[in-house]
Design a binder for this molecule. Sequence first.
Ligand SMILES: NC(=O)c1ccc[n+]([C@@H]2O[C@H](COP(=O)([O-])OP(=O)(O)OC[C@H]3O[C@@H](n4cnc5c(N)ncnc54)[C@H](OP(=O)(O)O)[C@@H]3O)[C@@H](O)[C@H]2O)c1
Length: 432
Amino acid sequence: MKKLAVAVAGLGMIGRETVRLLRKRRAELRERLGAELTLVAVADRQVGREARALSLPGRVVRYADPVAMARSADADLFVELLGGFDAPRRFALEALGRGRSVVTANKRLLAYAWPQLARAARASGASLAFEGSVAGGIPVLRALELSFSGDRVLSLDGILNGTTNYILTRCEEGLTAAAALREAQEKGFAEKDSALDLSGRDAAQKLSVLAGLVTGGWLKPDSFPVAGIESVESRDVAYARQRLGKAVRLVARLRFAGSAAAPLVEAGVSATLVPLDHPLAAARRQYNALLVRTASAGDLMFYGQGAGAGPTASAVLADLFVTARDLLGGLPAPRPGPRPLQLAPPGSAVSGFYLRLEVIDLPGALARIAGALGREGVSIASIHQDLAAGARAVPVMITTHPAPRGRFELARRRILGLAAVSKRHCAMRILG
Ligand SMILES: NC(=O)c1ccc[n+]([C@@H]2O[C@H](COP(=O)([O-])OP(=O)(O)OC[C@H]3O[C@@H](n4cnc5c(N)ncnc54)[C@H](OP(=O)(O)O)[C@@H]3O)[C@@H](O)[C@H]2O)c1
């Protein structure tokens, strides 16, 4: 029986579950692979304690330094589950440089070190697999990589962050955003420091990985517009649902134009109003969803748990299985290329918009707001003034017909400069 040796770096939440599943599923994996996947080394700052907790046999070599393990462990497959950036980058480059395949669930590593990793993998012929880095246990990357090989992916619209989706859907059920975040933290869906999630940057890193997989090129995570849900309040969610028939979701989107050889990519992450009968509106709580539009297969929807030990470790194990199969003589996995992607101008994306303003009840205030939108050619679809509030400043909710984002942003800035309008506001894209 052939053997493939596995080394795992990082014995945290995902690493421990990966090691546990690797051992638990050993017989099934052997049966399906025709070879044995054997754990030969582990690395973690607390490696002794973690190895004891996992009851690892003495022959599994323990390292406190993951980079030293990548440099010297006698393994065919190196799994990176450290989190962070610098140590994972050095770990992956070291292993790839030795011609050893790397499996990672680290979206930040992929999003920021894509060209370096791609070059190292190409130079040595080693594979880099990363199914766990986007949408946890949902096998979206493999589907994008293989299942549409004879098709063309036209666009992706995804709910890629479970924390923000949990907050937005709990707001639909009457909670404030702050209370929903506290609840998500108590239930373990959200990190203590939730800034990466709330700002949309977590979703942006995942979008970068998806774009790279579809095109083979590098979409820098800081190169496209990213807005999170910090300014969204429960009243926006309620208004969208009750008056506009829409749900608020943090949507990461990609549109591919140009040719396959020179793709032109439109990318963005923003709080978005989604029609209630749209498939993305059905993704609730901590769930993730990805709507893929293709030229031949039409629309496909992927849905499931986007994080957590079980779903992510399942994706890591799938990567191990597929990479092992390739090493044993199956089809080589496609490797990412280092070429940067050409981006469409950030203001060119066209959609309708929702704008909630706090307006002091002065004569002519609404006319000035409408005028600012009109000057940019953005036409109003609906306008609602919440007089029930009874205060000096009243909320005004505006929706617009489709317009280029750049024109809307100019109008928004002009509106926020008006004396009668408070800086406190909420702007969202409208889908469909
Ligand atoms: N959690 C999820 O639901 C989820 C979902 C998808 C993808 N991921 C990705 O999976 C990876 C692992 O996540 P996790 O939740 O398992 O993280 P975690 O619980 O923090 O585990 C990481 C482990 O690696 C150790 N470590 C980190 N840097 C090290 C270094 N330089 N040297 C030695 N040990 C080091 C940590 O030790 P210390 O604790 O002492 O630092 C910890 O034991 C991350 O890239 C994450 O983005 C996680």
